[in-house]
Design a protein around this ligand. Structure first.
Ligand code: BES
Ligand code: MN
Ligand code: ZN
Length: 498
């Protein structure tokens, strides 16, 4: 996709379709006023005929404009004539792009960056346009014989006045970086488990490291993990023919001695449940159990492209979870890298076994903060549905920073309590702790388990079981929480430099 900025007057521009906003009660946006003047009141007449009321998300495509060089105009309803909320802005953008998935439309100019959005500037609006448009035109075609995509759009320009050029340019760079990070994350999530193995993920990481010179990548093999004593992680991998990989990404964009932000992503490339085998319905979707890891790759890619002045470490423990003669058995007791012993009561609670050793490994970086992201519990879907990611952590400042980054990025999180009382549920008769805490509060007890391995630093955990994936007709990976994490990192970079 080619993204650019257009500062010339609208009527002089060449493209297959101009996107302009209209409000309710016959109120036009600036661009719509200009186009209306240039087309003999065409737009106002369409509104007067009642073909568009201006409600947010409505669209009308005008596909022939008499006496004009303009090919097409897409009118997009924005709602009441007042500043939009961030969410309504995204809704209007989505409606616009979804109605332009037509073979004849290859180049578009979007005039929606001029709309007022509460507390948001041109930079944010530009970024949002690129993120939403790129997300909407993405399609996984690699494994289809027919590679045709619904959208034929190749060129997207953002219309802006010359005075806003710098802000729009900054938004364009960030938007492209985040969109590319999301695309990578979605692609890896959509790839099936037979292709997207731990080894494949490691190769993807190595390829990223070869492309970007300030991103270095190292892979730990099972023998290295054994030397480190990663008994919890290795116990999961033992039941699989695929060997485990521990991916380490190191981005040095900040000052030499500044403490790194560590991102840890669950890279479980297929979760059959192990000996505590899952039920068949929907088991195919467990190929997305590596989306935490994929989002770490996507976020590191975005941060690298944005050249953020931060030091960031990405850790991705990768494995499969399969039933096998050598797999974990209920009742088995493992020794984790931290030395804590774990009784495996359910082999399907494997994500925390990978993450606990990765958290212990993170200690060696003396991190500023550690954020882990994982498709960790089905209970998170029960509690929060597919709207926000679950957030739990041991530090209020970090949790608040993530919550506000989520609001800004239109990639929300909702905090759940991590109270001492819940720790009771993880008591084991035979080991330091059990790997499951019964059926109550499953998202919370999973985070309680992790918290025992995150006592030495400020830490937050994102449960993305509900947000990393869309089910139903349009099933596929969403690329979340790449926008949230990218926003958090941008905010950190701005705060450190002010
Ligand atoms: N990967 C699953 C969690 C999951 C479920 C993600 C549904 C996305 C959608 C995880 O490894 C798992 O199996 N968790 C168990 C934990 C239980 C055994 C305590 C679960 O949620 O059932
Ligand atoms: Mn599982
Ligand atoms: Zn899992």
């Amino acid at each position: 996709m080619d993204y650019s900025i257009e500062t010339a007057p609208l009527v002089e521009l060449q493209c297959d379709c101009l996107i302009v906003g209209v409000y309710e009660s016959l109120q036009l946006s600036h661009s719509a006023i200009a186009l209306n003047k240039n087309t003999n009141d065409l737009i106002i007449n369409i509104l007067k005929r009642g073909d568009l009321s201006g409600k947010n998300g409505e669209t009308v495509l005008i596909n022939a404009i008499p006496d004009s060089k303009i090919e097409r105009i897409l009118l997009v309803g924005l709602g009441e004539h007042k500043p939009l909320s961030g969410k309504d802005y995204k809704k209007a953008l989505l409606a616009a792009i979804n109605s332009l998935k037509k073979p004849q439309i290859k180049s578009i100019i979007c005039c929606l960056a001029e709309c007022d959005v509460t507390d948001r500037d041109w930079q944010w609006k530009t970024r949002q346009i690129i993120e939403v448009f790129n997300d909407a035109v993405y399609q996984f075609t690699q494994l289809k014989s027919d590679k045709e995509t619904e959208s034929k759009i190749e060129k997207i320009s953002i219309a802006a006045p010359e005075t806003e050029h710098n802000s729009v340019q900054a938004g364009l760079l960030q938007g492209k970086a985040i969109a590319e990070g999301m695309t990578l994350t979605k692609h890896l999530g959509d790839l099936p488990g037979n292709l997207c193995t731990p080894t494949f993920l490691a190769e993807q990481a190595i390829a990223l490291g070869q492309t970007y010179k300030n991103l270095s990548v190292k892979i730990l093999e099972e023998a290295d993990m054994a030397t480190l004593g990663m008994g919890a992680l290795l116990s999961v991998s033992r039941g699989s023919r695929q060997s485990a990989k521990f991916i380490i990404l190191d981005y040095q964009g900040g000052a030499n001695k500044s403490k790194p932000i560590v991102l840890i992503g669950k890279g479980l490339t297929f979760d059959a449940g192990g000996i505590s085998l899952k039920l068949p319905p929907g088991m195919d979707e467990m190929k997305y159990d590596m989306c935490g890891g994929a989002a770490v790759l996507g976020t590191m890619l975005a941060a690298t492209q944005m050249e953020l002045p931060l030091n960031i470490i990405g850790l991705i423990p990768c494995s499969e979870n399969m039933p096998d003669g050598d797999a974990n058995k209920p009742g088995d007791i493992l020794i984790s890298m931290s030395g804590k012993t774990i009784e495996v009561l359910n082999t399907d609670a494997e994500g925390r076994l990978l993450l606990c050793d990765a958290l212990t490994y993170a200690e060696r970086y003396n991190p500023e903060v550690v954020i882990d992201l994982a498709t960790l519990t089905g209970a998170c879907l029960v509690a929060l549905g597919r709207v926000p990611s679950g957030l739990l952590g041991n530090d209020d400042v970090l949790c608040n920073d993530l919550t506000s980054a989520g609001e800004t990025a239109n990639d929300s999180v909702w905090r759940l309590p991590l109270w001492e009382e819940y720790q009771e549920q993880l008591k084991s008769n035979f080991a330091d702790l059990a790997n499951v805490g019964g059926k109550d509060g499953g998202t919370i007890t999973a985070a309680c388990f992790l918290s025992k391995f995150a006592e030495k630093f400020r830490w937050a955990h994102l449960d993305i079981a509900g947000t990393a994936w869309r089910t139903g007709q349009t099933k596929g990976a969403t690329g979340r929480p790449v926008p949230l994490l990218s926003q958090y990192l941008i905010n950190r970079a701005n705060a450190d430099n002010s």
